[in-house]
Design a protein around this ligand. Sequence first.
Ligand code: FAD
Length: 428
Amino acid sequence: MNVVIIGNGVTGVSAAIRIRQLQPDWKITMISGESEYHYSRPALMYIFMGHMGYKNTKPYENSFWPKNDIHLIRDWVTEIDTGSKRLLMQKLDPIYYDKLLIATGSKSNKFGWPGQDLKGVQSLYDLMDLRELYENTQEVKNAVIVGGGLIGIELAEMLHSRGLHVTFLVREKSYWDNVLPAEESSMINNLIKQENMELLLERELKEIIDDGNGRVGGVITNKGEKIDCGLVGLTAGVSPNLDLIKESNIPGGRGILVDGGLRTQIEDIYSAGDCAEIVTEGEGRNLIQQVWYTGKMQGKVVGETIAGMDSVYDPGIWYNSAKFLNLEYQTYGQVNNAQGLLSIPGEKNLYWEHQNHLHSLRLVHNGNEILGVNVMGLRYSHKICESWVRDKRTPDYVLDNLFQANFDPEFFKRYESNIVGTLKEQII
Ligand SMILES: Cc1cc2nc3c(=O)[nH]c(=O)nc-3n(C[C@H](O)[C@H](O)[C@H](O)COP(=O)(O)OP(=O)(O)OC[C@H]3O[C@@H](n4cnc5c(N)ncnc54)[C@H](O)[C@@H]3O)c2cc1C
């Protein structure tokens, strides 16, 4: 059997490893246009900031691949010919497959803004963007970042570390308040301002202005402001990368449509990770998950499906983690956002925030069971926080056992007695 995987991100790699475990004799080929070897995409910022060399972002030694008989190809696939089971390549001869996994990740959103193709305007997704950023930051003093999500704040930190002055244009009323509750969102607003970055809320990009030489000279906002800058970072979210299915008969919606086993509607073709849209028959909205750990889990499941097992992807309890400048954030289960879009009937919130606005804890519950947890600026064990939601613990149980979750180093200040005192008073 000849399995070909397009994409060597966490999804493609997790699938390849699982298939090799289950099918020691199958031929496995992994193709990527971006890099020969798999690396950690979330570490892109640390390469730029000089905290890590590129080679340290590779989770596996180069020797891992030949040892496991996984063949790596560096090239771009330009077309999938499902009739003859063949991939057309940018440089190489066509590659044939018996089974194909499409794990092509996401693409940065661009909304057709005037001037979006000028020199000095870019997104942050891959190694090509990183290279462009090295060039685009030469002799530039001011940058505008459009979009207030997780990648936007990473880009801001990267540029700030090089001494650029950063202005954020954020469409929402408060930073990332389409995901975060009002209090946590407000903590990020404060942090951005403390770092001397400019945060312009309820602002949209109208136009990017040419400096007369084909390079960005500034931007115009929806409120008519003109902001001079030599770099524009477009970080208004990402969407599943559908480039390869556009000209094929593989059905797509917002992502590449797959069933619970991560099969597309075309025989022997599978898709998983950021690019996939899992059809959830009669269970509400289809599932598109665009984070590292879900790519890993989906990669494992699709590897099992391809290898012949009857596996079904179970998204489990939602988890995400990120860093806003120096503020670490983890979220588990269901936490309502400031816009009320995720609210749960009967939900109650217990919330503690340190007066320095650098640490907070939120427990969402329905009177009996914990439904969600947000942790900011505290290091709490993933396993323990997840178990509170999974095991439907009561708020009292969580507060009585809160100290067990903290794994901050010994020299860090601990706030549990203060948190428990405050939150116990809020339980009525
Ligand atoms: C800057 C940044 C920071 C992030 N930080 C975090 C974080 O802190 N935590 C978190 O959970 N998630 C984070 N994410 C999201 C996370 O990185 C993605 O969810 C994850 O990488 C998705 O994995 P994937 O394998 O599905 O796709 P990708 O990692 O995007 O891999 C796609 C692969 O497909 C290849 N490819 C695409 N098209 C073709 C083609 N036509 N021919 C050949 N190869 C092709 C690419 O070369 C690449 O190898 C971050 C993302 C970015 C961009």
